[in-house]
Design a protein around this ligand. Structure first.
Ligand SMILES: NC(=O)c1ccc[n+]([C@@H]2O[C@H](COP(=O)([O-])OP(=O)(O)OC[C@H]3O[C@@H](n4cnc5c(N)ncnc54)[C@H](O)[C@@H]3O)[C@@H](O)[C@H]2O)c1
Length: 346
């Protein structure tokens, strides 16, 4: 695939609408949520810049035809390298940074030092570059995580408020908590505004790694008619990736000063309800999908009323509709011989 790094193929003149006053840089844009944010941006005529270490772009290629993808600019860069991030922001006149680049729970557990370098220092670099170029960068939205919260029992089993005490049980969650704290300090000391968003289990095409990617892998297995085992049980919250992407964009374009942090909420369910919904959408699913293990130690029932209060209505695709749409895209990719199933081989 002839993709050009560090430049757009068809240049700035091809801008077909979108928001002419905003120039987006998305770190980790080749990941699951990032690919859907890029999809939303190019489909409305924007030309986002993609900043990611990964030389491949398989999630983007699954979602967007080549001619659409050519509207995006590709920068192979590492958020731990301040200079390359700074160069990207200055050279391309970036006004909005959506910062997603991170290592997920298993990678942070396997190598906490590397996890901190990417997840904590990488986020500090984003804020530092925004501080140095406050004339350019107007908004930062960054991915925090529901993993900043402790287990359900810690909160007495009630809906967990946005400002409840954080009690992360993983290095990953502690790193995200640290980022929320640093964002608060940047606003208090430098007036750098930001919004941190806390997704739970995002699902949909492109969700192929991380602790909570299992429900999406189960959906893919059904399309491939293969058995699959989900290794956690109990309550969790499934958020359709396109909803998550749209909320990131809405936050990036909202005029909300301060260091804000919002929990996201999708379908808060028990694992059995997920299996029931799968069976309803794809009869026979129950025979292929096994479930075992413990509940994840993160409260699932999170209150997102602050997000709704500040943003207005947020997209909420029903679980049934999200599964249906995901199956539809997987089936299409499979028919075209383009469905990557390497994530099912573990
Ligand atoms: N997916 C979820 O359910 C979920 C839930 C809570 C929080 N989050 C957070 O949302 C963000 C995006 O999640 P995702 O599922 O899209 O992740 P992902 O793992 O699919 O993608 C992460 C991307 O970051 C890139 N990356 C990693 N290290 C980098 C570095 N040093 N510099 C530049 N790029 C780098 C990777 O190449 C990858 O493309 C992450 O910060 C994640 O912690 C995700």
């Amino acid at each position: 695939m002839r993709r050009m790094e560090n430049k757009r193929v068809d240049g700035e003149t091809a801008r077909r609408g979108g928001n002419r006053n905003s120039r987006f840089l998305i770190t980790g844009a080749k990941g699951c949520i990032g690919a859907w944010i890029v999809k939303n941006l190019v489909e409305r005529g924007d030309q986002p810049w993609i900043f990611d270490t990964d030389p491949k772009a398989h999630r983007l290629e699954a979602l967007l035809p080549d001619e659409r993808l050519r509207a995006a600019g590709f920068i192979q860069g590492d958020v731990t390298q301040t200079e390359s991030l700074e160069r990207a922001v200055v050279e391309h006149g970036i006004t909005h940074i959506i910062h997603l680049a991170a290592l997920q729970v298993p990678a942070c557990a396997a190598n906490p030092v590397l996890g901190a370098q990417v997840n904590v220092l990488g986020t500090l670099n984003v804020f530092e570059v925004a501080r140095r170029h406050r004339d350019l960068v107007r908004r930062i939205v960054y991915a925090s995580s529901a993993a900043v919260f402790g287990p359900e029992e810690f909160y007495g089993g009630v809906t967990v408020a946005e400002d409840a005490v954080l009690h992360p049980g993983t290095h990953y969650g502690v790193f995200k908590q640290c980022n929320e704290g640093n964002a608060r300090v940047y606003f208090a000391t430098e007036s750098i505004s930001s919004i941190g968003l806390r997704p739970w289990a995002v699902y949909g095409v492109g969700r192929d790694q991380g602790l909570t990617s299992a429900p999406t892998k189960a959906i893919k297995s059904i399309v491939m008619r293969r058995p699959y085992t989900i290794r956690f049980t109990g309550g969790f919250d499934m958020q359709y990736v396109d909803d998550t992407a749209r909320i990131f964009l809405k936050c990036a374009e909202a005029d909300l000063p301060g260091a804000r942090v919002y929990s996201l909420r999708g379908s808060v369910i028990q694992m059995e309800e997920f299996i029931d919904t799968l069976e309803k959408v794809a009869p026979g699913a129950r025979k292929l999908i096994r479930v075992e293990g413990k509940q994840l130690p993160i409260a699932a029932d999170l209150d997102d009323s602050a997000l709704v209060r500040d943003l207005g209505e947020v997209p909420r695709t029903s679980l049934e509709e999200g599964i249906r749409e995901t199956i539809g895209i997987f089936e299409k990719l499979n028919r075209e011989g383009r469905l990557d199933t390497s994530d099912l081989e573990e």
